[in-house]
Design a protein around this ligand. Structure first.
Ligand SMILES: Cc1ncc(COP(=O)(O)O)c(C=O)c1O
Length: 400
């Protein structure tokens, strides 16, 4: 036994020299139980839908089906900069393009150092609580809307934090007044998401920023559907100033670039500095060719206007189709999902739709227990697949 072993309390019988003290029983955390990935639970529904000739019409995951602009793909083929490491915050060209988009399209001008890039935004959403906990170790709570993108909760869990769902009102907007002072005191951050996934609701982002500033809690505003706002102008938390807030933006939806993995976060310069420094230590950086493609995508808007029209047309069409299937969808205020009540139960209705017309939709419980009586229908299939759905609905109606 070495001197160090004896200082650390390692017994000679352990048979090896360790720098780590043996953990004492009370320090051992319970093993992490990994919950099933939500969409993996849909496999039986998907298999049933796939039995139809022509296969499943999958409206479950919100993955884009249309192509990104050709010049974005062209930029990806440029491998001239792959020899060296790319920068973690993003190249000067990418930073400039993202700033340019914010100013041109959203009307917000930020100083340098107030924006950094990320590898798509899911990894950022999943990772931010861990980073913010390094900054505020005494705080342990992540607040997020009770009906929301599931990664807000998962990010809290992965950081060993309390995940506290904030109730939403009857229009699916976050109800800030229902946050208890005990939870606010422990909060590391508050997530908001406008337009919201799954219900397409539009929050009052000025009120969210104000709440955060009053309580000294960073407000993280996920705005990845901002250019698919159907009611009124696009909303960003940055309109009320960058202090104490981060807005999170993605190329996945606006430019059909989900496979490229590119997004950014912007706002409070101190927060951006802290988060981006940690991410630099973590080795998180967008691959160089993707940075080139992303710079092109943020610099252009006409393809997004085309995509807006596509999504809106598909939403209208899907609303009519699901009305024929016995549901009562209404058009959302934003994003590209129909969020519809399933009076006969969400899983039961999802199975019925798969069996009868081969269409796959997501049960609302994927987005929180408060959404369990609903279904989410994503407008992510091209027109030909929706033509096929029309034919199947017609055949099903004839049997009724
Ligand atoms: C609300 C919301 N935030 C973030 C993401 C993640 O997007 P990405 O990682 O592709 O940027 C999604 C994807 O569906 C989403 O719906």
């Amino acid at each position: 036994m070495t001197e160090l072993d004896s200082q650390l309390g390692n017994g000679a019988s352990s048979g090896f020299t360790s720098l780590e003290p043996e953990p004492r029983a009370e320090f051992i955390a319970p093993p992490f139980t990994l919950p099933p990935y939500p969409y993996d639970r849909l496999k039986p529904v998907l298999q049933a839908a796939d039995m139809h000739p022509g296969g499943a019409i999958d409206l479950s995951i919100g993955t884009p089906c249309d192509q990104p602009p050709e010049n974005v793909c062209e930029a990806l083929r440029d491998t001239s900069s792959v020899a060296g490491y790319p920068t973690s915050v993003g190249s000067a060209a990418l930073l400039e393009a993202a700033h340019g988009w914010l100013e041109r399209r959203i009307g917000v001008r930020l100083g340098s150092g107030s924006l950094a890039n990320c590898i798509g935004t899911k990894e950022l959403v999943a990772g931010l609580p861990l980073i913010l906990k390094l900054r505020s170790p005494r705080r342990d709570t992540v607040l997020y809307p009770a009906v929301a993108y599931p990664t807000y909760e998962m990010g809290a869990i992965l950081a060993g934090c309390r995940a506290v769902a904030v109730p939403v009102d009857d229009q699916w907007r976050i109800d800030l007044s229902s946050i208890s002072s005990a939870d606010a005191e422990r909060a590391l951050c508050l997530w908001v998401n406008t337009p919201g996934n799954p219900a397409g609701a539009l929050d009052d982002l000025d009120a969210a920023a104000e709440w955060g500033r009053t309580h000294g809690i960073p407000v993280l505003s996920d705005e990845c559907y901002i250019e698919f706002t159907w009611q009124g102008p696009p909303r960003t938390i940055l309109r009320s100033g960058p202090e104490g807030v981060l807005a999170v933006h993605s190329l996945s939806k606006r430019s059909n670039f989900a496979g490229g993995r590119a997004g950014f976060y912007a706002g409070d310069a101190d927060l951006v500095r802290f988060v981006s420094e940690v991410r630099k230590h973590q080795g998180l950086m967008i691959p160089a060719p993707v940075q080139r493609g992303a710079a092109v995508a943020w610099s252009e808007d006409s393809h997004v206007d085309v995509q807006r029209d596509r999504y809106h047309r598909r939403l209208v069409r899907l609303a009519a189709q699901f009305t024929r299937l016995g549901l009562a969808p209404t058009l959302p205020e934003g994003a590209f999902y129909l969020w519809v009540h399933a009076p006969d139960g969400a899983w039961e209705t999802a199975s019925r739709l798969a069996d009868s017309v081969g269409v796959v939709v997501s049960p609302g419980e994927f987005y929180g227990a408060a959404g369990a009586a609903y279904l989410r229908i994503a407008a992510v299939q091209p027109d030909e697949r929706l033509d096929l759905l029309d034919q199947r609905i017609q055949a099903w109606e004839a049997q009724q």
